[in-house]
Design a protein around this ligand. Structure first.
Ligand code: AMP
Length: 171
């Protein structure tokens, strides 16, 4: 039984939309570190505006505390954590499955500019994609080694991508 799912993908890949849909379908709670940080002010907001990652220690501590909540005891889809190897070492939820939504940088930039969120300036987008590949590719390698990784083509309509994910889970 799949209860703990990690969702990863570059910004613009649709991972929060797809994560929410899958959570509904499987009856799991959805939780996103991006949502958590976007609700914060001050120093954290500045870090997000610059397209940087929040400090590993702070991030791991927040996620660890959140997941202790009883609403997550029957499982969850965690969108966006861990995103660095250091975070894996600090706190590693015992995932049953890792889904990576694959999208080219060009396609990601096109989608992000179209969505026009406040933290989506071109500079911030480019910085986030660079950070993303540098820091998160080793995380993908780690879960690939464990045999937990499923790579999903993130192009196409929301429905099409969701269907690909459901098909991959049933494999
Ligand atoms: P997202 O919505 O997943 O693109 O996340 C938005 C922003 O939140 C990222 O650009 C980071 O600044 C921050 N963030 C989200 N998840 C993490 C994480 N696991 N570690 C560090 N920063 C994160």
């Amino acid at each position: 039984m799949i209860k703990k799912i990690l969702f990863l993908g570059p910004q613009g890949s649709g991972k929060s939309t797809q994560g929410r849909l899958l959570a509904q379908f499987l009856g799991l709670k959805y939780i996103s570190t991006g949502d958590i940080f976007r609700a914060m002010t001050g120093e954290i907001k500045q870090i997000l505006d610059q397209g940087k990652l929040v400090d590993d220690q702070i991030t791991s501590k927040i996620v660890k505390e959140k997941l202790k909540d009883k609403e997550f005891k029957n499982g969850f889809i965690l969108d966006g954590y861990p995103r660095t190897v250091e975070q894996i070492n600090l706190f590693n939820p015992d995932f049953d499955l890792v889904i990576y939504l694959n999208l080219s940088d060009d396609e990601a930039i096109k989608r992000l500019l179209a969505r026009g969120r406040a933290d989506d300036t071109l500079d911030a987008i480019a910085e986030r994609l660079r950070n993303y590949h540098n820091q998160t590719d080793p995380v993908l390698d780690y879960f690939q080694e464990l045999g937990l990784l499923k790579q999903i083509d993130g192009t196409g309509s929301i429905d099409l991508v969701q269907q690909r994910i459901r098909d991959a889970i049933n494999d």
